[in-house]
Design a protein around this ligand. Structure first.
Ligand code: PGA
Length: 266
């Protein structure tokens, strides 16, 4: 895990966008794993800016979203499909046929088959090159709540009360927040070739310290990222505030940037 601590949310988002840009320039048909939530909004804004101002093209990009609420149709105000369309897809030159968000209206009797199809679709495109992740206060990635198998695949997952409470801010009433979701599994996420984990704000400081500096446990599913070979974590100062080895991460980040510069100069 490489940890980058940025001054604020805007810098964190810009830095993550630069990484996406770099990978996209190297591979125009990049297969991206995408996340919803408040955290990646700044990254998406910056990608839209790079598209509009610098002509960064997403024409051949293929995307797979992590999750969707079960029982919520694509055009529902709070569907993750709609979130992605409004906050990213409609502003880019992406081919909507290359976009995948789990189908919240999949029938319970067909769910297993549907989840297998989602996994096979990822494989068909050669796997996810770059996965973007946020993190829940309970350490979830996707909707892989505490106790999820670290080897899990795309499936139905029941949300925790904490997640329902956190997400109720987007609904008129907490009772409207769905209980179930379809989510890529932890195992699915771990097969991505590279991962970007984003977190900002004080409310994420505790879970970030556990994820990065604690032990690997299914009780904090994000902690399994310690076992992945290529994870870049982008944090603002608040989210990084409880990390014990902050100084070391900053030292390594600086040295890494210097090394990359040297490599580019050759
Ligand atoms: P947030 O959600 O970005 O809205 O904090 C993150 C998550 O639940 O994964």
């Amino acid at each position: 895990m490489q940890v980058f601590i940025l001054k604020n949310y805007e810098e964190m988002s810009r830095e993550a966008a630069l990484e996406v840009k770099d990978r996209l320039l190297k591979k125009p048909n990049l297969v991206m794993g995408l996340a919803t939530g408040s955290t990646p909004l700044g990254l998406y804004k910056e990608l839209i800016r790079l598209h509009k101002d610098e002509g960064l093209s997403f024409k051949h990009v293929v995307t797979f979203n992590l999750d969707e609420y079960l029982g919520i149709a694509q055009d529902h105000e709070q569907s993750y499909f709609r979130f992605m369309r409004e906050n990213l897809f409609k502003h880019l030159d992406i081919n909507i046929k290359n976009v995948h968000v789990p189908n919240g209206m999949a029938k319970p009797c067909d769910i297993d088959e549907y989840c297998d199809w989602y996994e096979s679709r990822i494989k068909k495109f050669g796997g996810i090159d770059l996965q973007v992740l946020g993190i829940g206060r309970d350490g979830h990635i996707g909707f892989n709540e505490p106790g999820s198998s670290l080897g899990s695949r795309t499936r139905v997952k029941t949300l925790t009360e904490e997640t329902i409470q956190d997400n109720s801010r987007f609904f008129k009433d907490q009772s409207e927040v769905p209980t179930y979701s379809i989510t890529m599994g932890v195992g699915t996420v771990m097969e991505a070739k590279e991962i970007i984990l984003l977190a900002n704000g004080k409310s994420k400081a505790n879970v970030i310290s556990i994820t990065i500096e604690g032990g690997v446990t299914a009780q904090v599913t994000a902690s399994v990222l310690q076992l992945h070979r290529r994870v870049n974590v982008f944090l603002d100062e608040e989210a990084a505030s409880l990390l014990k080895r902050k100084q070391y991460y900053n030292f390594v980040a600086k040295a890494t940037r210097k090394f990359e510069k040297m490599a580019r100069a050759k």
